[in-house]
Ligand binder design. Structure first.
Ligand code: ADP
Length: 439
């Protein structure tokens, strides 16, 4: 009878209320003691399966899974620790309580180190102690199992979390990559747009010059005629034999040189205005720029018989921007103002140019005329491309000006008083010394 099952005696629910019935493998070569143990454990509601030596214990473990093993340390065929090693080598594991003979406490200690849940000394109190020790060991087994389960769940949760983190990181990396590509594409598109805007602005400048060419010819004609007259006067003086002929000569020659400088100035301004330069961010003195543009458009002012007044804040902090493009904005706004004045034939036509600083780090420029104003029904269209009310207008001046100002991080808008005039305003950022936007 190497291995015997005693489950029939105490199967099913616990005989003792509140206790779970567990299957216990009793490895004990003393058959009489074995029976006593069975009885004792049955009393507290447990089932037993018995083995009289190590070999039969191993056989039992192939057929059933006991919750606990009560292991007699000294078996006929092996010692308790050898049996444990054999169980382990077969991939098994049974929680155990070790029973040792009287005087073998050191063995019990050794077995506790090897993982025993408790120990019992085979002595007079053995059977008496058995229920307490077995139940305590079973409780510890359950606790250990609960702990193992909790650890397992924790591991699974950790693995799951790690998996999710990896997944999310991969998603984020992908999104980042997409964003990088999109940003690169957007930057390229913006570069292209800037390039096109610069080209468009250049074409518009050439076209403005085309429109102004007759007036410019007239403008140039003045100093050239003056030069001719002064040169003739010099010649006459040289040909005359008057005593004081050399006295007047320097003054006339000075006039020749002054008028030549004036003509050269006109040509210089024109060349700069139509230059196809790359957009360049520099520090710009807006008041000086306004005066220069007023010179450039002085013929339009004369034709409109308009007085040009400057209400400029002095000193005005420099702004950062592309001077040629900003001049173009001013030329567009001022020529529109003069054209509006020509059309309405006011008594005292007037264009006033204002500058002031506003808010945080900005200046605002205003170009104000006292023309007829913009009718309410068209004012919201004046910045549309190709919108014009002029027979030979292109409708590009204001949209180009708007995109130039927006490229300078500013804003262009119109305020007006129908019948009394129009003011175009634009803002520009004050130069902080950082020209990193320069292209
Ligand atoms: P264009 O001058 O070729 O018509 P713009 O884009 O410069 O193109 O102007 C669009 C329209 O806005 C003009 O045709 C005109 O009707 C209106 N406008 C612009 N400036 C003024 C102004 N100062 N007074 C009245 N109307 C104006």
């Amino acid at each position: 009878m190497p291995c015997f099952d005693d489950t029939s005696k105490a199967g099913g629910p616990s005989a003792t209320s509140g206790r779970a019935s567990e299957l216990i493998l009793v490895v004990e070569d003393d058959v009489a003691l074995q029976k006593l143990i069975d009885k004792c454990l049955a009393k507290i509601g447990h089932r037993t399966v018995g083995a009289v030596d190590g070999a039969s214990a191993l056989e039992c473990l192939e057929r059933c899974v006991p919750r606990l093993m009560l292991l007699d340390y000294s078996l006929p065929d092996m010692r308790g620790e050898q049996l444990l090693e054999l169980i382990e080598s077969r991939g098994g594991h049974v929680p155990f309580v070790v029973a040792t003979g009287h005087g073998s406490e050191s063995v019990a200690v050794e077995m506790m180190k090897r993982g025993a849940y408790d120990y019992l000394i085979k002595g007079p109190a053995f059977i008496q102690m058995l229920p307490t020790v077995v139940d305590r060991a079973l409780e510890r087994v359950r606790q250990a199992e609960r702990l193992a389960q909790a650890e397992e769940q924790l591991h699974r949760a950790h693995d799951e979390l790690e998996h999710r983190v990896r997944q999310r990181t991969a998603e984020l990396a992908e999104a980042n990559q997409r964003l990088r590509v999109e940003m690169e594409e957007r930057r390229r598109a913006e570069d292209q747009l800037h390039q096109h805007q610069a080209e468009l602005a250049h074409v518009a400048r050439l076209s403005t010059m085309g429109e102004m060419v007759a007036e410019l010819a007239h403008e140039l004609n003045q100093p050239l005629s003056a030069i001719c007259s002064y040169a003739q006067a010099c010649k006459r003086l040289l040909e005359s034999d008057g005593e004081d002929r050399f006295d007047e000569l320097p003054a006339s020659l000075n006039q020749v040189s002054e008028q030549a400088n004036r003509a050269a100035g006109i040509i210089r301004r024109l060349r700069r205005f139509v230059a196809k330069a790359k957009p360049m961010q520099t520090s710009v003195d807006v008041n000086a720029m306004i005066r220069e543009v007023a010179e450039l458009t002085s013929i339009d002012a004369r034709q409109a018989k308009a007085e040009v007044a400057f209400h400029l804040t002095e000193p005005l902090p420099p702004i950062v921007g592309d001077r040629i493009q900003l001049e173009q904005v001013l030329v567009n706004l001022m020529r529109n103002a003069f054209e509006a004045l020509r059309e309405c034939e006011r008594d005292s036509p007037r264009v006033v140019i204002h500058t002031e600083t506003v808010g945080r780090g900005q200046i605002v420029v205003g170009v104000e005329d006292n023309g007829a104003g913009i009718p309410a029904e068209i004012v919201e269209h004046v910045f549309d491309r190709f919108f014009t009310t002029k027979p030979d207008g292109m409708g590009m001046g204001l949209p180009i000006s708007q995109s130039i100002i927006e490229n300078h991080s500013g804003r262009l808008w119109v305020s007006q008083d129908p019948g009394r005039g129009t003011t175009f305003h634009f803002t520009l950022p004050i130069d902080t010394g950082d020209h990193s936007r320069a292209e």
